[in-house]
Write a protein that binds this ligand. Sequence first.
Ligand code: SAH
Ligand code: SF4
Ligand code: F3S
Length: 448
Amino acid sequence: MATKRAYIETYGCQMNISDTELMQGILAEQGYAAATSPEDADVILVNTCAIRDHAEQRVLGRVGQLQQFREGRPEVVIGVTGCMAQRMGADLLGKAGGVDLVMGPDAYRELPAKLASLRSPAPTPQAPRGLTVLRFDPHENYEGVEAKRISGLVAWVPIQRGCNYRCTYCIVPYVRGDEKNREPPQILAEVRRLVDDGVVDVTLLGQTVNSYEHGDWDFPRLLRAVARVDGIRRVRFTSPHPNDFTRELVAAMAEEPTVCAQLHLPVQSGHNRTLKRMLRRYTVEAYREKIAWVREAIPHIALSTDIIVAFPGETEEEYEATLELMREIRFDDAYLYKYSLRDGTPATRLPRDQFIPDDVAQARLQKLIATHREIQAEINRAEVGRVVEVLVEKEARRGGLQGRTESNKVVTFAGPTSLVGSFVDVRLTATSGATFSGVWTGAIERVA
Ligand code: SAH
Ligand code: SF4
Ligand code: F3S
């Protein structure tokens, strides 16, 4: 029998990208080859996100488009996996022209078996075929699965799945279940293997990555151990929760030379009443204090955050407080969102008249984005002229090479392709506001 080919398209956060790598590993183990496009795939999977309505609408549109690849090939299987699959379940089977398989984030080990049981005949609107696998498994951490990673230089390593917080806007705990933490020896063995294979930049992943605990291991201890793996050059983590952000963690970041001077610390709102109603469990003052600790210990740290505007009931004054916090802290980067109602989350029970009209929400978002971009451009313009160390990751889309700095900023510059996989010194010559262009100084350290 000819080798089957699987194509996976990924939406959502780094956890989902990492899950796609796990699925590719599970499928490869069972003899599937990875397809680079849906045209030549026997199995087409869309690994989805449920965080906002917009993300789900995009996926439905895309699944509709993908139906064309079954024309004349009725045996092709189309599956939806991930958070939206878990949220919508069997409802997805009849959607967007036909979905054969709906699988949640805890069931990927069953992927090959379920695919095998889904052979022709092809579904028709009258007789759709379909399988759903949606159970939660409190012990599934995909231990023993060898992920098929996209890059040989940078890697995401999940250390935790699920979430124990219950932020009132958020769907994640309902589609990914409670927090479960991997065992330290397994994590460390994986990191060592990656580094032996040439990976130099590792990001530890979890929804609230710094709430990690296992036996007498907490997150700072794990971070230090990972940072000391022989040959590792850059260690990052995402996303920490401000509540679990401790002085010990700041000390580990400051003292371990391989931990990057970069921190993504989602704040969500700059007003205590909103934070409370979001059930974030910290105050603006506490957040500010933690930022002060980290800036004191690591003065050149690059900071980024997530913010939601127009949470139901957010007043103009509360929104202004968020703008003010942004001007005060001056984030290097920010992911800014308009509140999106997610069925089943606590915020949906707030009184209807508290929900903010879309034009108001949009205006709040636009102004926040404009403010952020201004600040970001100011910060980055001040960097122009400096020489920074760049890990060259790939050829840039518009020619030249592309890499990232320790602070996770993207830099493009001209140079030979042979530099991919090296650390090079680049003089920053210009910024678009968010990213940089630069000139290679000629200094190079080959690592891969
Ligand atoms: N676990 C991470 C966040 C995961 S979701 C954390 O707690 O930081 C990524 C971001 O999406 C969140 O930080 C939040 O800003 C945004 N988000 C989550 N739910 C949302 C919703 N219902 N509407 C709009 N944005 C949302
Ligand atoms: Fe969602 Fe809050 Fe958990 Fe983050 S901490 S995943 S925002 S519930
Ligand atoms: Fe989306 Fe699931 Fe990540 S909802 S943000 S893909 S955990």
